[in-house]
Design a protein around this ligand. Structure first.
Ligand code: AMP
Ligand code: ZN
Length: 521
């Protein structure tokens, strides 16, 4: 009798689409544990380029960081490949010799190389893709060049497979079966997706201007005390905005869910009462008054208005004269220009945005919390609309991308959805290290595509703009694009492939399928 068993799958993965140079080694085990398939992450590290001097992602600085760090990180990872000689003295097929500290060790050869093909900055993607092709040719194993956002969407399935026995809501590690909704909130994207199959991810809503992470980073640069900004090593100002607004965590959340079930949108009068009373500013919900309110319930996200409002109330704010203002700020600032105003008139002299007297910490903290509340409530409103519009309820809502590590977002989404009749909907948040860009998610996406029989040709090129769904329009941009680096001049085979054949994971050329099913060793 021939005994067949599913082969273990081992992949080395590379991610270089933006400012993180990331490498991972992932093994999906041959023998499932009783709770289901299981996997081990042997290596998962990244080096983020130092963009602090540019106060945002700079394409050339990121590119140089990939060039400086990728090969070294791969070299480091090789020591973490499983040993080729097992405890029962069996030798893995086609082992590779790895030299480390002057010593050679036999390691298991990866079955294939996973790499991000797009979307992202073309030159940055090319560093990872070309290196991956080199490894693929040198080791004589296939290449899997995957979609970055598909990888984000599949991350909770990786989390579950890494912890298969922790399959319950309290650990937030359940594997979502298709269909599920995904909210991808990162520095370059704000997408609400309906994921129905491995390669089918319908875009339900997308940002019409900037991504939420970008908006929070920009708002943070206006709101946070300059000394705090200067001490920040990374450009993840959104994370700093959270810790500044809520230093004690959940006990600082003053938000309570609005439970009336009759409207998916939160009424504008819920906003800003407290802030407008104390400080003469408040932030309207995005799209609430665009085109005379016609966009109030449209399936799109918009964040630039919120950032502009923050800019207006910080960099270019004006003092009200003490007699007409209830603001504790102007009256408590004896040296401020407000004290020179005649009663009842607005003094048009702008405050110094760096002055802690003109913009005290208490007000900054309140504004930091309010910006997050307004932005996150906007996200929640579109999820509620999507749930109202769907006949088939999704198995879960996955929230991924860098902004998903925000604990206030997690709190606000669960209280809002719970208060609106969706308490049963499982909301899955990958752990923060797997929410931001990483190569483990690229490895997992490679594993899922590999199991479905997909392989990439060695001629594939980076795809700068790659639509995730069949008929979606490209909206939004990855960070760093606006700085420009002659991307358009490189010619655009990859991009043309994506546009010419419509959107979708498989719409770009270069895929071929060898047939799915169990691989017999
Ligand atoms: P990604 O593009 O997925 O790597 O995510 C990076 C983005 O996530 C940046 O815009 C960060 O500011 C943002 N981000 C990371 N952590 C947080 C957090 N705790 N709260 C808000 N935004 C965050
Ligand atoms: Zn990302």
């Amino acid at each position: 009798m021939q005994i067949s068993f599913r082969r273990r799958i081992l992949t080395l993965a590379i991610e270089t689409s933006c400012d993180d140079t990331a490498v991972a080694i992932l093994e999906k085990h041959a023998v499932p544990v009783p709770a289901g398939p299981s996997a081990t992450l042997h290596f998962n590290e990244k080096i983020t380029s130092n963009n602090a001097a540019y106060r945002g992602v700079h394409p050339i600085a990121s590119l140089e960081s990939h060039q400086a760090n990728l090969a070294t990180l791969i070299q480091k990872s090789l020591a973490h490949l499983p040993d080729a000689v097992t405890s029962t003295s069996q030798i893995a097929r086609r082992p590779i010799e790895v030299f480390q500290d002057g010593k050679a060790t036999l390691k298991t050869r990866p079955d294939f190389i996973s790499v991000t093909r797009g979307p992202g900055m073309r030159s940055n993607l090319a560093v990872g893709l070309d290196t991956a092709k080199g490894l693929s040719v040198a080791w004589q194993v296939p290449l899997l060049a995957v979609h970055h956002m598909q990888a984000h969407a599949l991350t909770p399935r990786l989390v579950h497979t890494l912890n298969p026995s922790a399959n319950n809501a309290s650990t937030q590690c359940s594997q979502p079966d298709f269909p599920f909704l995904s909210l991808l909130v990162s520095g370059g994207h704000t997408l609400l997706l309906n994921s129905t199959e491995l390669t089918k991810h319908e875009i339900l809503a997308s940002t019409t201007d900037i991504a939420i992470g970008d908006a929070l980073d920009k708002a943070a640069r206006h709101i946070l005390p300059p000394s705090l900004l200067a001490s920040c090593q990374s450009t993840m100002y959104g994370a700093l905005l959270e810790s500044f607004a809520f230093p004690s965590g959940s006990s600082d959340y003053s938000y309570s869910s609005i439970s009336s079930a009759d409207s998916a949108l939160l009424p504008p009068d819920q906003y800003g009462k407290r802030t407008s009373k104390a400080y003469h500013w408040s932030f309207a919900p995005p799209l609430s008054s665009t085109h005379g309110g016609k966009k109030a319930s449209s399936m799109e996200f918009c964040f630039s208005g919120l950032v502009s409002a923050v800019e207006r109330h910080t960099s270019h704010r004006y003092f009200l004269s003490p007699s007409s203002s209830s603001s504790s700020l102007s009256s408590s600032d004896p040296s401020g220009p407000g004290s020179r105003s005649s009663p009842g008139k607005v003094d048009r002299t702008p405050r110094d945005p760096n002055s802690m007297t003109a913009f005290p910490e208490e007000e900054r903290r309140l504004m930091a919390g309010e910006v997050q509340r307004v932005a996150f409530t906007h996200l929640a409103s579109r999820i509620l609309l999507a749930l109202q519009q769907r006949q088939q309820q999704p198995n879960a809502l996955v929230v991924a991308g860098g902004v998903a590590s925000n604990h206030y977002l997690r709190h606000l989404l669960s209280t809002t959805l719970g208060g609106r009749g969706h308490a049963d909907l499982q909301i899955l948040f990958p752990p923060p290290a797997l929410c931001t860009d990483n190569a483990a998610m690229i490895a997992w996406c490679g594993v899922e595509m590999w199991e479905a029989g997909w392989r990439s040709g060695l001629g594939v090129r980076p795809v700068r703009k790659w639509l995730l769904d069949d008929d979606g329009e490209w909206v939004g941009q990855r960070r760093g694009e606006e700085v420009g680096m002659g991307e358009g001049e490189v010619g655009g085979e990859g991009e043309a492939e994506g546009k010419g054949e419509g959107g979708g994971v498989l719409a770009v050329g270069g895929w071929y399928n060898v047939g799915a099913g169990d691989v017999i060793e």
